[in-house]
Design a protein around this ligand. Structure first.
Ligand code: GAL
Length: 348
């Protein structure tokens, strides 16, 4: 029995002729967190069960599978999570035209976002708790200003909290709004319809046809977007069957509770839950409505994708809440490092 969180590194596979490593941490309770060098991707968050271990996140057996579809499975997202309309970034009154990667939109940092990069990593050994540190230098060839040094530190506490800390420093003014695109499925079933979800949010952002938020905030009360009390996802998804999306793909304005929690996902059958802690004002909830059968070689669903196979819960900073194209909330000043932390409190 180990008596601290300890880390190991193994070779995972090769991607574009480069070695991809897998970095893992295991704590005293037998919880394991592992991260791949490709995309700083969470490959595994597994908890012990009576008969073995249960992985709570979607994953693939090979690095190449991760970039074979537009779903960002469990990958690090940056420089900016979410959509920038027409790829037009406003900074200091100037428009910067970014390359677009989803029609006219720049999604999740664009075609050269964090998820497409091969990150360097290491296990930092310490007396009480080893941690995983992933490093990457994001070049301005992605279309955003600034050479940005990014470090993501992943830790796993003795109390079964996964902590993800994104830190960045840029040589020029730029934007930084990272997240981890983790898709959870805490259950034994192939979809998350049996899960219950609670979000500390009374407003959701109105979206235009390109799924870009407008400045309008819609109250969730008396709608199927009200997750203020714990709600069964299958029931909420069924109530959305006449919408285009046929499920959740929404930006919630969140208020952390007294413990800093913004959302909680639970599976009644396995009795596993995860509470998400974040200090930022937003959470995207995406129930994988558009998952396709092909190009989704997921281990859990034996190589076939299917809608609702998991739910992505993505803490981020909502921009332009008062004024369109206002990115001031996510500006990163030159040589002024900034960090954001996301925590998953696991209960099993
Ligand atoms: C979410 C986004 C969805 C979809 C998904 C990745 O953050 O809201 O519309 O793009 O990422 O497949």
């Amino acid at each position: 029995m180990i008596n601290k969180t300890s880390g190991t590194v193994v070779d995972f596979d090769e991607y574009q002729e480069q070695k991809i490593k897998k970095f893992s941490l295991t704590n005293q309770h037998g919880v394991t967190l592992s991260v791949l060098g490709l995309g700083s991707t969470i490959y595994e968050i597994s908890v012990p069960t009576k008969t073995g271990k249960r992985n709570l996140v979607l994953n693939y057996a090979h690095s190449r599978d991760y970039l074979d579809n537009p779903f960002y499975v469990c990958m690090a997202i940056g420089r900016t999570a979410g959509r920038i309309a027409n790829g037009r970034l406003m900074l200091d009154g100037q428009t910067i035209q970014l390359p677009t990667n989803e029609g006219s939109t720049t999604l999740h940092g664009g075609a050269q976002g964090f998820n497409t990069q091969i990150w360097q990593g290491e296990i930092v050994h310490a007396t009480n708790e080893d941690v995983i540190k992933m490093y990457h230098e994001q070049a301005s060839s992605d279309g955003f200003p600034g050479q940005m040094l990014v470090c993501v530190t992943y830790s796993l506490t003795k109390d079964d909290v996964v902590e993800i800390k994104f830190s960045a420093n840029s040589n020029e003014k730029t934007v930084f709004n990272p997240t981890q695109h983790t898709y959870f499925n805490l259950g034994k079933t192939e979809t998350i319809k049996q899960h219950w979800l609670k979000i500390n949010s009374n407003q959701v952002l109105e979206l235009d046809k390109q799924k870009i938020p407008t400045t309008k905030k819609l109250p969730v009360a008396h709608t199927s977007f009200d997750f203020q009390g714990s709600t069964k996802l299958g029931t909420a998804i069924a109530a959305m069957s006449d919408t285009n999306e046929k499920g959740l793909d929404d930006l919630f304005v969140v208020q952390p509770d007294e413990s800093g929690i913004i959302a909680e996902l639970a599976d009644p059958e396995t009795n596993i839950s995860v509470a998400i802690e974040s200090k930022r004002n937003g959470l995207v909830a995406f129930t994988a409505n558009s998952f396709t059968e092909e190009h989704m070689n997921l281990i859990r669903t034996k190589g076939v994708g299917r809608p609702y196979a998991g739910i992505a819960l993505e803490p981020e900073t909502l921009t332009g809440l008062e004024k369109e194209n206002d990115f001031s909330e996510i500006e990163l000043q030159p040589n002024r490092p900034k960090s954001y932390t996301i925590k998953y409190h696991l209960h099993f």
